[in-house]
Design a protein around this ligand. Structure first.
Ligand code: ADP
Length: 496
C-alpha cells in the first residue's frame, strides 16, 4: 500500500517512512523492518514506521546511559528548566499540528485533541517549575555525639517509558516531562497503534535543545521492543501505562535487575449518582465520563450506579444523550465520538456488546457496531448504555475500553460504597450529589486514586493521578510524580 498524502493533508506525513530517534539521530531499524500505522476512521495508511526491536532498544539504552553519565547528568536545574520551557513554547506554537496528528493516528475528535492544549503545554511548564524545586532535607537525628544528617534527591537514571495509544501526546509528555525535570534520560516506546505524535515530539525535543541521547523514541511492538525495554538491565526504572495484563508482565520482566516500576493501568471505575444530584449536570457528566475518547480512557466511569428512585429516568436520559452525540471521523469539527483505535479493539468491544446481551443486560442506546456509509470503513461503535446490569455480570466487572456504560441501581450510601469497591481495580470514581456529607463520606470510602465529585475526569498538571489495586502503583502529575523519578540518598557527617 502507498501513502496517499494528499488525502491525509498533514505536514508530518510526507510519504517517507518514519525512523527511530536514537542518540539524536533518525535511524532505520536494525532489522530494516517497518510497520504500518493507519487512520482508524478510514482505514487509510498514514505512514510506514521503523519497527524497533531488541537491538534498537540496546542502542537506545546505551545512548541514554551515556547521556545520563555525561554532561546531561551534570546540568543545573535552571538549564533543564530552560529546555522544558522552550519545549512548551514550541509545542504551543505547533499545537494544531500535534492535535491533528493525534486525531488521525488514534481517532479522537479534533475538538478533544485541540482542547488538550492547556493541559499538555501546562504539564511541560509545571515540570519546568519542578526542575528548580527539587531539594532534600536536613534531618535532626538523636545519635549520641555530633552528626549532621541530610538527604539528597538524585535522578533515578535511564527511564524505559512504555505508553498506550489512547492519548499519545499527553502520555509522552507524562514520561518525558519529569525525566527532563529531574535529569533522567528516556527511551520512549510508543504504542504500535499510534506512534506518530511521540516521534514528532522527539523532533521538537531536539529543536528545543534536548541533547542527543536524553530523549530516544523507539516505536515497535510490545512483545519485542516493549519486552526488551522492560527486561533491560541498563534501564533503572520502567514507567508504564497500559493494561494490567501487560503491567503484570512488566513487573516480572523488571525482576532481573529489580528496576523501579511505576504502573498506570486499567480500571472499571464506579460513577455514583444520587437522586439529590443536579441531574441536569449529572446526565452529560456521567455520559461523557464514558463516551469521551470513545471510552478509551483508563479511568472512564463505566459502572454507573444510580439511586433506584431515579434509575429509570436517569438511564433513559443518559441513553438519549448518548444517541444525540455525533459519531464520525475525528477530523470533522462536529464529531463528538470518534472511532475505536483498531480492528482488534473493535473486536474486543463488540465482543463485550454480545456478552452484555447474553448476560441479560438491555441496551437502551447503541449496542451494535456502525456499518452504514462512510463509517463502515472505520472502527465505529456508538455510545452504548446497558440497563438491567448486576454486579456479577462480566460487563460490570471487566474493562471494555469502549463507549459502553453498565448502569446498575442502588439503594443507600453504605451499600453503594461496598459495591463500588467490589472490583479488582481502583483508578477513578465519581459521585454526584448536593449533600456534602455523602460526598465526603464516599471520598474516603472509595478505594481509588481519584474521586471526582460533581464532575468527572478533571485533570491538572499539579494533581496526582494513579491507581489502587490492579490499577497499578505510582502517581503521575504533581510532586509525587517528580519523586517517582528521584532516588533519596542519606548523607551522614560526623562533626564531633
Ligand atoms: P492495550 O491493550 O491498551 O493496547 P497494552 O498494555 O497491550 O494495552 O499496551 C500498552 C503498551 O504496552 C504498548 O506500547 C504496547 O506495545 C506495550 N506492550 C505490550 N505488551 C508488552 C510486553 N509484553 N512488554 C512490554 N510492553 C508491552
Amino acid at each position: 500500500m502507498t501513502v496517499d498524502v494528499a488525502k491525509t493533508r498533514h505536514p508530518y506525513l510526507d510519504g517517507k517512512p518514519k525512523r527511530l530517534l536514537i542518540d539524536g539521530k533518525w535511524l532505520e531499524a536494525a532489522s530494516g523492518k517497518t510497520f504500518e500505522t493507519i487512520n482508524p476512521a478510514t482505514g487509510e495508511l498514514l505512514a510506514q514506521v521503523a519497527e524497533g526491536g531488541a537491538e534498537d532498544i540496546d542502542l537506545a539504552v546505551a545512548a541514554a546511559r551515556r547521556a545520563f553519565e555525561g554532561a546531561w547528568g551534570r546540568t543545573k536545574p535552571y538549564e533543564r528548566q530552560k529546555i522544558l520551557l522552550r519545549l512548551a513554547d514550541l509545542l504551543e506554537k505547533n499545537f494544531e499540528e500535534f492535535a491533528a496528528l493525534d486525531t488521525i493516528d488514534m481517532g479522537a475528535p479534533i475538538t478533544r485533541t485541540r482542547g488538550n492544549q492547556q493541559r499538555a503545554v501546562g504539564m511541560l511548564r509545571y515540570y519546568a517549575g519542578q526542575a528548580v524545586s527539587i531539594h532534600g532535607e536536613t534531618v535532626d537525628n538523636s545519635l549520641p555525639g555530633e552528626f549532621v544528617s541530610y538527604t539528597l534527591k538524585e535522578p533515578v537514571g535511564v527511564i524505559g517509558a512504555i505508553i498506550p495509544w489512547n492519548a499519545p501526546l499527553s502520555s509522552s509528555i507524562w514520561k518525558i516531562g519529569p525525566a527532563l525535570a529531574t535529569g533522567c534520560t528516556v527511551v520512549l516506546k510508543p504504542a504500535e497503534e499510534a506512534p506518530l505524535t511521540p516521534l514528532r515530539l522527539g523532533e521538537l525535543c531536539l529543536e528545543a535543545g534536548v541533547p542527543p541521547g536524553v530523549v530516544n523514541v523507539v516505536p515497535g511492538f510490545g512483545e519485542t521492543a516493549g519486552a526488551a525495554l522492560a527486561a533491560h538491565h541498563g534501564v533503572d526504572k520502567v514507567a508504564f501505562t497500559g493494561s494490567h495484563f501487560t503491567g503484570q508482565k512488566i513487573v516480572q520482566a523488571s525482576s532481573g535487575n529489580l528496576k523501579r516500576v511505576s504502573l498506570e493501568l486499567g480500571g472499571k471505575s464506579p460513577d455514583i449518582v444520587f437522586a439529590d444530584a443536579d441531574l441536569e449536570a449529572a446526565v452529560p457528566g456521567a455520559a461523557m465520563a464514558v463516551f469521551a475518547n470513545s471510552g478509551q480512557i483508563c479511568s472512564a466511569g463505566t459502572r454507573l450506579f444510580v439511586e433506584r428512585k431515579v434509575y429509570e429516568e436517569f438511564t433513559a436520559r443518559v441513553a438519549a444523550y448518548g444517541k444525540s452525540l455525533r459519531v464520525g471521523d475525528g477530523r470533522d469539527d462536529m464529531t463528538q465520538v470518534g472511532p475505536l483505535v483498531s480492528s482488534e479493539q473493535l473486536e474486543r468491544v463488540t465482543g463485550y456488546l454480545a456478552i452484555g446481551r447474553q448476560e441479560g443486560a438491555k441496551p437502551l442506546a447503541g449496542g451494535e457496531r456502525l456499518t452504514e456509509g462512510a463509517l463502515s470503513k472505520g472502527f465505529f461503535v456508538p455510545p452504548t448504555v446497558f440497563a438491567n446490569v448486576n454486579d456479577e455480570m462480566r460487563i460490570a466487572q471487566e474493562e471494555i475500553f469502549g463507549p459502553v456504560i453498565s448502569a446498575i441501581p442502588f439503594d443507600d450510601i453504605e451499600e453503594v460504597a461496598r459495591r463500588a469497591n467490589a472490583t479488582s481495580f481502583g483508578l477513578g470514581s465519581g459521585v454526584w450529589t448536593r449533600d456534602v456529607t455523602k460526598a465526603h463520606k464516599l471520598a474516603r470510602a472509595i478505594r481509588a486514586g481519584s474521586v471526582w465529585i460533581n464532575c468527572y475526569q478533571a485533570m491538572d498538571p499539579a494533581m496526582p493521578f494513579g491507581g489502587y489495586k490492579l490499577s497499578g502503583y505510582g502517581r503521575e502529575g504533581g510532586k509525587d510524580h517528580v519523586n517517582e523519578y528521584l532516588n533519596v540518598k542519606a548523607v551522614w557527617i560526623k562533626t564531633g
